[in-house]
Each structure stands twice: as structure tokens, then as C-alpha cells.
Design a protein around this ligand. Structure first.
Ligand SMILES: *Cc1c(COP(=O)(O)O)cnc(C)c1O
Length: 383
């Protein structure tokens, strides 16, 4: 079944599903087997083994994910961090130089600044929304440029087309973490990026019940990353593959509803006297508004904000909310709220956080698919 002419909704359901169903099962069964009999008819697969990411659960999921990001190939991993570290390790070695945006997911920021240099990879940080900044930082040994299409937790948006142009001009591999934007808002591959990464833990799966990662790109790049992953061993187990394959089917419905909720909540907060600042690209006065319009045609489902009254008041406010759970992570059907300094960005020390513009009282909100009116009412009571 060719996915070329399918709309996003149809791909979510039909792409990567076996046409002749296994024993007629509408859903792909969970192949709970670590190893498989050698298949004499299938030369291309060779040995099938769970760590080698080539079981039926992997293969069908890879096809669905590649269809969603319009890439030639895809690969799933045991977590988003496994997708990120395996990919960076594939393309960077001793003596290489990496350019990355100065505000990244906390785990990624910690890895590139504390771990990669130990293997002799030199790292410099850029402002991905300021193209004039990049040429100053590039070196003869720069190999990779790494960004996030919407950054966590301030929801900034890079000059995405300029990053692609800069990478091509300088022969860099361009890698983008598309977790917050999702393929619903933005398809990096279509826009010229080499590799797309996802924490599938978040929107792709959408139910806060798995941890997983996904990597999409051209056949050649994915083959290299898969060879590295086979050594590093961060494979996704078949039960998780099943849940992710299922979660993806409702991605568009969930993400659209969550984006609607985020916009309403952001507008409510933006008009509230106790709020200092709202970070949401859908607000016309937000610094990212025009770039969101230019690149996405939408604003995403995540927001963050600062309240008057500092850390104590922020914690009291979170404590008084009835619906959003105070937990790390995001993108689930239930609303989650957190102070990034306590959770996703606790990896960073106070100077690093200050440099990234993340204040201690910043609150990040991931609206679920509840009614926006209920979520806003809840905040009204908490104030
Ligand atoms: C959560 C997250 C990650 C890490 O993913 P895990 O699945 O927790 O390993 C990476 N990037 C972004 C943007 C994230 O939100």
C-alpha cells in the first residue's frame, strides 16, 4: 500500500499495518519472542533477534513512523534519550565538533555538555533563532548541527529554513528533536533536515504509559544509526512497540485538541493580573508568533508561564489545581504540570539555567484532552 497519496489521518491508521493480517487479527499481535527461526525465504532480514530491532513489531512500527515523518526509514529505541545519544554517537567521534541550540531538553543539554566532551567531542552553543550567530561558531571540524523544532521549556522556535541552508552550505548533518512540534505541525525531512528524533514517550504515544524513542531519516543514515544501536542495545520491547503503534493512531485527534486547549489556557493566563509572562507561540505578542506562522501553521500544545509571587506561590498554585498532575513528562491525554527546575531541567546548575533563561518559578503546562473550560475553571480557583 503506497503511503504517498494518503493524508495524515489515513497514514496514522493504515500506514505500516500488514495488509494480510496475522491470523486475521485486526491489530498486530505482540510478538513476545527474543529470537526467531532463520527464515530461508527472507534473505534481506537474516537473523531476527529482538536487540537487532527487526522483529515484526519493529518492522511495522518503523513503516508507520517513516510514513508520518515522510522519511525513507525509521527506527525505534528504548527511550527518547536513547534515540538522541545513539544518533549523536553515530555521527560524532573523537576530534569532531557539534553545534547545538543553547536551550535543549534537560537530558540532552546535560549529555552534550557533560558526557560528549569526555569522548573528545567539542561542543558549542548557538542561538538557533539568530542566523548571524552561527558563522561565528562554526569550525573546520564541525560535523553536526542539533536543534529542537520547539524548545523546552520556553517554546522558542528556531529559524528552521536557515538552519537547513546553513547545514547544507557547510556540509553538516542537521538533526532536529521534533518531540514538541510532532509531525502534525512540522515535517523536518520534507523541509530539508537530515534526521528527526522524537521522545515517543510524549505525543506520539500520548498516554503516559511507555518510554520510547524514534529516529527518522534517509535509508543510509538510519542504517548507520541502527548498526550503532545494535551495539549499544537500546532496543524497544515488543509490548512497547504495540502500545506505540496503537497510540499513534489517535495522534492527530489528540494533538489538535491539546493545541486548542493550550491556546485557550494561554489566552486566559495572558489576561490574568497574577501572571508575569506566558510562553506560547499562539499569542500574537509572543516573540515566536511569526516564526510559528511561517513554519508551522499552528502553535503546538505546550505552554509555560511565570506567576507573581515566586517559587512559593507557584508551588501553592500547582498544589491547589485539581486536574493537572504535578509530574514530569508531557503529551499525555491527561494534563500534566511541573516546574522544570524541579524535573526536566534539574540536570542544569543555577548558572546554566540562568543562561538558558529558565527561572526557578517557571511553570510548564501540558494540557491533556479534558475540556478547556474545566481546566481554566480549575486555574481560576487556584488563583
Ligand atoms: C522527554 C524528552 C526527551 C527525552 O525522552 P525520554 O523518552 O524521556 O528519554 C527528549 N527531548 C524532548 C524534547 C523531550 O521532551
Amino acid at each position: 500500500m503506497s503511503v504517498k497519496n494518503m493524508s495524515f489521518e489515513t497514514k496514522s491508521i493504515h500506514a505500516g499495518e500488514p495488509r494480510a493480517r496475522y491470523a486475521g487479527s485486526v491489530n498486530i499481535p505482540i510478538f513476545q519472542s527474543s529470537t526467531y527461526e532463520i527464515d530461508k525465504d527472507s534473505q534481506e532480514i537474516g537473523m531476527r533477534y529482538l536487540r537487532l530491532n527487526n522483529t515484526p513489531n519493529h518492522i511495522f512500527l518503523h513503516r508507520k513512523l517513516a510514513a508520518l515523518e515522510c522519511s525513507e526509514a525509521a527506527l525505534v529505541t528504548s527511550s527518547g534519550m536513547s534515540a538522541i545519544t545513539t544518533t549523536l554517537n553515530t555521527f560524532l567521534e573523537l576530534g569532531d565538533h557539534l553545534l547545538c541550540h543553547k536551550v535543549l531538553y534537560g537530558g540532552t543539554a546535560g549529555y552534550v555538555s557533560k558526557e560528549l566532551p569526555k569522548s573528545g567531542v567539542d561542543v558549542d552553543f548557538i542561538d538557533a533563532s539568530q542566523p548571524s550567530d552561527w558563522a561565528l561558531k562554526i569550525k573546520p571540524n564541525t560535523k553536526v548541527i542539533y536543534i529542537e523544532s520547539i524548545t523546552n521549556p520556553l517554546m522558542t522556535i528556531p529559524e528552521l529554513d536557515e538552519i537547513v541552508r546553513f547545514a547544507k552550505e557547510n556540509n553538516l548533518i542537521s538533526i532536529v528533536d521534533n518531540t514538541f512540534a510532532t509531525p502534525v505541525l512540522y515535517n523536518p525531512i520534507v523541509n530539508g533536515f537530515d534526521i528527526v528524533l522524537h521522545s515517543a514517550t510524549k505525543y506520539l504515544n500520548g498516554h503516559s504509559d511507555i518510554v520510547g524513542g524514534a529516529i527518522m531519516g534517509g535509508e543510509e543514515h538510519i542504517y548507520k544509526i541502527k548498526s550503532k544501536l545494535n551495539y549499544l542495545g537500546g532496543s524497544m520491547d515488543p509490548n512497547t512497540c504495540y502500545l506505540l503503534q496503537r497510540g499513534i493512531k489517535t495522534l492527530l485527534l489528540r494533538f489538535n485538541k491539546q493545541s486548542e486547549n493550550a491556546k485557550k489556557i494561554a489566552e486566559y493566563l495572558n489576561n490574568h493580573e497574577n501572571v508575569i509572562k506566558v510562553n506560547y507561540p499562539g499569542i500574537p505578542s509572543n516573540s515566536e508568533h511569526l516564526r510559528a506562522k511561517k513554519y508551522f501553521g499552528g502553535y503546538g500544545a505546550m505552554l509555560s508561564f511565570e506567576l507573581k509571587g515566586g517559587v512559593d506561590y507557584s508551588d501553592e498554585f500547582i498544589g491547589r489545581l485539581k486536574y493537572p498532575l504535578n509530574a514530569a513528562s508531557l503529551g499525555g491525554v491527561e494534563s500534566l504540570i511541573t516546574r522544570p527546575v524541579q524535573t526536566s531541567h534539574s540536570f542544569l546548575n543555577p548558572e546554566e539555567r540562568a543562561k538558558a533563561g529558565i527561572s526557578d518559578s517557571l511553570i510548564r503546562y501540558s494540557p491533556g484532552i479534558e475540556s478547556a473550560a474545566d481546566l481554566i475553571d480549575d486555574m481560576d480557583h487556584a488563583f
